[in-house]
Design a binder for this molecule. Structure first.
Ligand code: FMN
Length: 332
């Protein structure tokens, strides 16, 4: 298959394995690369001294190796509250990471640094206003994050967001994210004008994912009605499985927390504190035998029936896309 995304990233199939905090790991990224897609991970999954450099060396070697038909990219949280942002960007630039996904802030610096050596930058956007800012900064494309996506889901449906981004920014690559876990989802996004898709939740239920079987099984057994939005992890609404612990702690920040997040003197430090404590809660949740579970996942849990290897998941999605296209073309 050929789309603008396969062309610019030199991959076989227009799919990105989406970056997932605490879930993405080296084995998943390598499996994605070997299956001909673009696999990504958040730099924040590698916070210890020297870890990120070592991983990037291994991925660069794997990318040039005989099995690789795909590529890899890195997700940087470009928010002022991310204390590792500048350090991680410098490491990624030194190691010539092939492409970037930016989220939650101003991507200016990443775009400037990446373009110096020809790497591409796709910015997470949930609306046209944010896309306009990224466009003005010279990004290469957008990850359009729609309703029901795992993580910081957007408020808009992809059926409106994708064609609208396409209409406003005809030269940019638009990648659809949110609720895609099968070939029918991929086909529908290509029909809307997307150049590819970014898939997260489906890969939590993969053999390689670095989380407990309890979390993977919860993804398999949950339905879309089990997904709720909570502000308790980062301050920004985030989709999680509605576990007893999630219900117990509630979903909204209290008035004091909201006041501290909005006050100009306390804002930065309070948000940093909220994010740090949210990260700790998520970190506890991915280990086996923990009952204080905050499991991040999107509405596509409805479509996930098993835990399989990343390779198997990708090959199935490729086959479903081709089969779906064949069936659809019979109707015209
Ligand atoms: C467990 C989990 C963790 C995530 N962590 C991040 C992250 O660290 N950075 C980011 O930009 N997006 C993150 N996301 C969002 C994904 O990159 C992607 O946009 C989303 O998963 C797509 O929707 P889907 O889950 O319905 O496929 C996360 C999603 C999940 C499910």
């Amino acid at each position: 298959m050929q789309t603008k995304l396969t062309e610019v990233l030199n991959i076989d199939f227009p799919m990105i394995m989406a970056p997932m905090f605490l879930v993405s790991n080296e084995a998943m990224v390598k499996a994605g690369m070997n299956s001909g897609i673009a696999a990504t991970f958040p730099s924040l999954n590698y916070r210890n001294e020297g870890e990120l450099e070592k991983l990037l060396d291994a991925l660069n070697a794997a990318k040039e190796g005989p099995g690789a038909k795909g590529t890899y990219g890195i997700n940087l949280i470009v928010q002022k509250t991310n204390p590792l942002y500048e350090k991680h960007l410098a490491i990624c630039v030194a190691k010539k990471v092939p492409f970037y996904i930016t989220s939650l802030g101003n991507p200016k610096q990443v775009i400037e640094e990446a373009h110096k050596y020809g790497a591409k930058v796709f910015c997470d956007v949930t609306n046209i206003e944010h896309a306009q800012k990224c466009n003005d900064l010279g990004c290469d494309g957008f990850i359009a994050v729609g309703q029901g996506a795992g993580g910081h889901a957007g408020p808009n449906t992809l059926q409106v967001l994708i064609p609208s981004l396409h209409h406003h920014f005809p030269d940019k690559i638009v990648i659809a994210a949110g609720g895609i876990a099968g070939g029918e989802g991929i086909l529908s996004m290509l029909a809307l004008g997307a150049a590819g898709v970014s898939v997260g939740t489906r890969f939590i239920a993969s053999i390689e994912a670095g989380v407990s079987n309890d979390y993977k099984n919860a993804v398999v057994s949950s339905k879309m009605s089990d997904i709720v939005l909570t502000e308790k992890i980062s301050g920004t609404p985030c989709t999680i499985i509605n576990t007893p612990f999630a219900k117990k702690i509630g979903y909204r920040q209290n008035w004091m927390e909201r006041m501290l997040s909005n006050n100009s003197t306390t804002k930065k430090y309070f948000k940093m504190w909220v994010q740090l404590s949210g990260m700790k809660k998520l970190e506890k949740s991915i280990h086996p035998g923990n009952y204080q579970t905050l499991w991040c996942a999107g509405q596509s849990v409805e479509l996930i029936d098993d835990i399989a290897s990343c390779h198997e998941i990708i090959e199935r999605m490729k086959a479903e896309t081709h089969e779906g296209y064949r069936k659809l073309s019979l109707q015209f």
